[in-house]
Design a protein around this ligand. Structure first.
Ligand code: 28G
Length: 641
């Protein structure tokens, strides 16, 4: 290469990394906790790609004391010879921006064959980065500082008998809003990768706390299903299917892996992946999975005369109690993603791929497991009957009440005056009296009130049939307007926020858990989409008894003490025992006015652990419910919402 090309190259390199620093969001999505952890995924993905290429099978991630991260693999080691540009290849990999970045360019990163993508982005956003390549019997090192500035050339610092790559980087505090890593976030992700790639050993070490955990799974996604079902009662061993689909009229192939297990309770969990990356919003591969499951069971039911030829079993009913992991691997060329967060697989061929592979293999499996096939089919028939019966009962109840001139519970809803799904809020309020204040105090344009009587049904203990017959539950489903279970459709949801408002006492906490359990089991996308909130009413009313009386509210004990201590005049303290003690104005000011209220957004950190909690705690042990609330469903405080 001549001198000019070399110069051009170095100019692009510099401008590239500078652009990453100027617009980090374009490359890593955000500069908050998510973006911070994204740096780790980028580097670990490179190690995973090397393992998928067949080199190395152990990856160690260390959170160092200063919140820098070290990733080690035992692959071939990044190449460190001279590149045609006259620079060392090692330097280029860590400073040259790759076109098809996840957020930058047009393409998508896929695991497999795209070594080094993203490493330069991480370098650009780090206050230092240290890369070591163990290769050809030598240890090669290069060091960068301050967003990817090379401090010294690639140096050989010693001899070695091993091969592999080690990268250490420290996220730049000038770029990120937080630079503290979370053990559990990294752990969950590494465990997920270990489940997806059989025999890949992932280790996480935390130097700050001396914690260490390793994951390696010989049976891959089958063990993932076992993990997801650990607090459930499976009714058979996990079934595993795999196959390769040849895309028609091309030389492309799609690899398909499915593991599934039926359990003894109402719960549908489908987790899907494309090229080892989770597709949180599903997509064509999940559609293919559902189609195949429905087809295989209907074929079996017809062939074995379990249902009449003119009858069909519905997919929803067949999936009423299933846990499944669907993993496909698709070449880059065919990859398409959809949706705002690009978490949905678009690739149309993936539907056929999963459908074809699974219909055939599941068909054989059912013939070999006749007892299970019949159990599932009988359950599906019962499920359909229960649904029909519940619908009939609801209609009958409505008619009865009409005859008697009684009010329907759905008549209890005080609806919003304006119909705007994008801003409307539904308040679920404990008790009729608080419901009354809320109704008077609200901004009726966008706040609807649904008072709930007494205790809400425990949907963890009740079966689907009686849950759906329950008036409160039926009314919530009807009011929210988006159906439930696998028919749930977020687009139909009538509200942007669903806010649980209860007294700040044990009963209130219990009602919160019961409602969250219901949403978790029947309307999980509502939680995933961040639409479920808990209102935070004040615990104290503090009246300052000065010349002019002044009223303040405190939401915690500490706040109350601070207000009282800082007050120059005498104060009178009233402890609120319930929402009912507040009049409409007070309730508006303290708990409902978007300008002043505090809402707690309900967020689930880890699916399998959350499910265990719901089951273990709601199933039996009532004493630990509060524990569940505090530790499990993780709450993020969101103010001014
Ligand atoms: C420890 C943290 C992150 C890596 C490798 C291994 C190779 C490589 C990485 O090559 C350039 C482009 C495609 C060949 C490849 C070594 C082939 C032969 C590699 C990592 C050259 C990148 N020998 N291990 N990159 N390729 N581990 N871990 O980054 O054509 S990156």
């Amino acid at each position: 290469m001549d001198k000019n090309t070399y110069n051009d190259e170095s100019i692009t390199v510099l401008e590239g990394l500078e652009h990453v620093r100027k617009r980090p969001g374009m490359y890593i999505g955000s500069t908050d906790e998510r973006g911070l952890h994204h740096l780790v995924w980028e580097i670990v993905d490179n190690s995973i790609d090397e393992a998928l290429a067949g080199f190395g099978k152990e990856i160690i991630v260390t959170i160092n004391e200063d919140n820098s991260i070290t990733v080690e693999d035992n692959g071939r080691g990044v190449p460190c010879g001279m590149h045609k540009t006259g620079k060392n290849t090692m330097e280029i990999i860590y400073t040259k921006l790759n076109a098809g970045g996840k957020f930058g360019g047009n393409g998508y990163k896929t695991s497999g064959g795209l070594h080094g993508v993203g490493a330069s982005v991480v370098n650009a956003l780090s206050s230092y980065m240290d890369v070591t390549s163990y290769r050809d019997g030598k240890i090669h090192k290069i060091h960068f500082e301050d967003g990817g500035k090379k401090v010294s050339q690639v140096e050989v610092v010693g001899d070695t008998r091993k091969t592999g790559t080690t990268v250490t980087f420290k996220p730049d505090p000038m770029v990120f809003t937080t630079t503290v890593y979370h053990f559990d976030t990294i752990k969950t992700r590494l465990r997920e990768s270990a489940f997806l790639i059989k025999n890949l050993k992932m280790t996480l070490k935390d130097k700050r706390t001396k914690k260490e955990e390793s994951f390696v799974y010989e049976h891959g996604i089958s063990e993932y299903v076992t993990f997801l079902d650990q607090a459930k009662k499976p009714i058979h061993p996990v079934a595993y299917f795999e196959g390769v689909y040849n895309v028609p009229d091309s030389s492309d192939q799609i690899e398909v892996e499915v593991a599934l297990q039926f359990i003894d309770q109402y719960s549908e969990t489908i987790v899907s992946f494309v090229n080892n990356v989770k597709t949180g919003d599903g997509g064509s591969h999940e559609t293919g999975f559902k189609a195949a499951l429905t087809k295989a069971f209907n074929d079996y039911a017809h062939n074995n005369k379990l249902i009449k030829l003119n009858q069909t079993l519905e997919g929803t009913d067949l999936r009423a109690a299933i846990t499944a992991v669907v993993s496909v691997r698709i070449g880059e060329k065919l990859l398409e993603f959809e949706g705002q967060t690009k978490g949905k697989l678009g690739t149309p061929q993936a539907k056929n791929a999963v459908d074809t592979v699974l219909t055939e293999k599941l068909g054989f499996y059912l013939m070999e497991n006749k007892e299970l096939a019949e159990i599932i089919i009988k359950k599906a028939i019962k499920e359909a009957e229960a649904r029909a019966a519940a619908r009939k009962a609801r209609e009958q109840a409505r008619m009865d009440k009409k005859d008697k001139g009684e009010k329907n519970i759905s008549d209890k809803l005080s609806p919003t005056s304006e119909k705007n799904k994008d801003i409307n809020e539904l308040y679920l309020v404990e008790g009729d009296s608080a419901g009354g204040s809320a109704k008077l105090g609200r901004d009726r344009r966008f706040q609807a009130i649904l008072p709930l009587r007494g205790k809400v049904l425990n949907t963890e203990k009740a079966n689907a049939e009686s849950a759906l017959k329950n008036e409160e539950i039926a009314t919530m489903i009807y009011t929210i307007g988006a159906d439930y279970g696998s028919n749930f459709d977020l687009k139909k949801c009538n509200y942007k926020k669903i806010i649980i408002m209860t007294d700040a006492d044990d009963d209130g906490a219990h009602i919160q858990v019961l409602l969250l359990t219901f949403f978790f089991k029947y309307m999980k996308p509502l939680i995933d989409d961040g639409r479920v909130y808990i209102a935070k009413p004040p615990l104290f009313k503090i009246t300052k008894l000065g010349k002019k009386e002044e009223i303040l509210y405190a939401y915690t004990n500490e706040e109350k003490d601070r207000i009282v201590n800082e007050s120059k005049c005498q104060t009178k303290i009233q402890r609120y025992k319930g929402l009912g003690e507040m009049n409409a104005d007070q309730l508006w000011d303290t708990t409902m006015n978007p300008e002043t209220r505090t809402l707690i957004k309900v967020k689930i950190d880890d699916l399998s652990e959350a499910e265990q909690r719901v089951e273990i705690l709601m199933g039996n042990d009532s004493n630990r419910r509060r524990d569940w609330l505090e530790n499990h469903v993780s709450f993020t405080l969101e103010e001014d919402m």
